[in-house]
Design a protein around this ligand. Sequence first.
Ligand SMILES: Cc1ncc(C[n+]2csc(CCOP(=O)(O)OP(=O)(O)O)c2C)c(N)n1
Ligand SMILES: [Mg+2]
Length: 737
Amino acid sequence: MATTKTDPKLALSTTTKKVRVHDTLSREQLIQAYRLMYMSRRIDDREILLKRQQKIYFQMSGAGHEAIGVAAGLALRSGYDWFYPYYRDRALCLALGVEPYQMFLQGVGAADDPSSGGRQMPSHWSYPSLHIVTQSSPTGSQILQAIGCAEGGRYFARRPKAAEVPQAETTDYRHFKSVSFQNDEVTYVSLGDGTSSEGEFWEAMNAAALGKLPVIFCVEDNGYAISVPVEVQTAGGSISRLVSGFPHFHFEEVDGTDPMASYAALQRAARYCRQGLGPAFVHAHVIRPYSHSLSDDERLYRPESERERDAQRDPVTRTQMYLLREGILDDKGINQLEKEVEADLQTAVDRALEALPAPPESVMNFMYSPDVDVTSSIFDTTPATEAASDGKKVAPKTMADLITATLRDEMKRDERIVIFGEDVADCSREEYLRQKLVKGKGGVFKLTFGLQCEFGNDRVFNSPLAEAAIVGRATGMATRGLKPVVEIQFFDYIWPAMMQIRDELSTIRWRSNNGFSSPMVIRVAIGGYLTGGAIYHSQCGEGIFTHIPGLRVVFPSNALDASGLLRTAIRCDDPVLFLEHKRLYRESYGRAAYPGSEYMIPFGKAKIVQPGTDLTVITYGAVVPRALQAAQKLEREQGTKIELIDLRTLNPFDWETIAASVAKTNRVLVAYEDTLSWGYGAEIAARIADQLFDELDAPVRRVAAKDTFVAYQPILEDAILPQPNDLYLAMKELVAY
Ligand SMILES: Cc1ncc(C[n+]2csc(CCOP(=O)(O)OP(=O)(O)O)c2C)c(N)n1
Ligand SMILES: [Mg+2]
């Protein structure tokens, strides 16, 4: 651990004389730094005016944070290193090459705004060519992605062949993802002092230290998170003190209103990271001279005296005074520079105010990949028949077996696939495997068994027990072009990752107007009927995820479908939630021979499990075999022919097959394992009622779990989850209606 400290209370000139960092920024760089800082402040001022004139709709200022931002922009390399900034980083973005005009385009929400085309608030930076990765509004969710970004860069540096695009193969996501990496690249991530209270910050610090990753964390500490002062936010009032125990870090604490001290600190941090020694933590003390945002009035919680104290440390005026005092610029020079900036900004504002918004018809663009259509025939292939060496038919395999086999074949085919999650590795202490002391675990359900041994521990590895980190890191990796296939051990524990799934992963392509994307697969063990699973190992809840635009949701009911759909999920260009029913993993229902390494099923194509004329039953997952049992009983008893539809994928879903079937049978039952109310089946039922009303001879019925949690005692579990008899009774009633 290395630590450098400059007392933030020292005056600018004293600080620079003491550590002689003046030498590190040339005269030209100092003038450039001042120009950018002044420009940043004046853009804020112009935006505030435009907001008051109702010409823009939101304003977030970077005032007080200019020096550390410019210093980072000068110390790091635009389009070479990677940046996960936050909303106060206007000066950083200017230093990296974002033009003021582009910033004003954000404000007016113009179609030509390169960061989001009018979809995101201003100060939500996204500039692919500069490696400024799309930013969201939740505080701190960018940090884990920065970790994944650094991991992605390191992976490609160690396995450069993985970055190549395959020539003569079937089209997959790799054809649309340009990969660039540098051996000594650094990932920069910034955050506020308040944000350091988020759990994801600590997960990211842990992951960075564990991996000795080249990530610079920059905490821009302005002493407040809206109205909450730092001593109420951070135990002891100093984030530097709290993080000082993390191993492998280089630490800096610096006056972030001093561009020279900040530059020197960031140079040291960057050098440490580039040398591969580990991550760096830069704690920059800054000020917030304007209120939190235009919706906040800081006079309600900060007295004048405190605000005046801050004003004396204003980075823009202090740097100007420094330039004058050191004779780097005289009054005339300063005036000239400021006049040039003002003129440039006037032109930029005038141009931006004429810019047009995107047409309303474009709102659905880039929800999903415009390049790879998951519903298309390229994903429609026939299964190969597997024969044993003696020519006999091989015994059918379980869903668990085929998922493992599919993962193995895809990993062979695509070196960009990495698998991680809790317990997914065979054995983290590899020497035990080498010495053949242990066999290896490979997941609590053993679906990844053998993959670490076969592909190496840089491709299959255990993660800390931190679900947000699993999804957040994977999202960062996928942004760089890797294909993470991560595992969430139980659906019941997916919730810590919800922010990453709902506010990050699913939104990245849309919010960046296709500037960035993060196609990856999250495999999740889901569902009940376990006799003893209880509330925290048996829940469903897929409807919560199908409610999220931008996320594909898959829920296979048998081994063959699981193999074909998983392969499509891996090769496609969208994020996929792949739900694997635990009860089906080793069920005798739906076993199959391995369909070969090219077998795929397009998304949005249901399977008609059995055709019928009297009633349509729409279902998926573990309810499929139960519905089949009920339908067969009814047929035996009264000759009723039930058409049973297995949706297989829930987003997209196969409306055509549903509509054709209802037109034929005129009666529908929607059945699902999740709780009845507000669930996935409610949407299907509502659509049928709305769009197929004229076809119906009976009400649209639903059979689902009771609106409670799954209980432990099997008698209670049976009463809660939909059983074959519940399905049978509902079918019988509807047919007779
Ligand atoms: C997860 C989340 N919670 C709450 C908010 C609302 N919010 C926006 S900024 C902010 C304060 C952030 O303070 P800090 O991290 O110190 O950054 P600063 O604005 O002071 O630079 C809050 C609470 C949010 N955007 N995201
Ligand atoms: Mg703050």
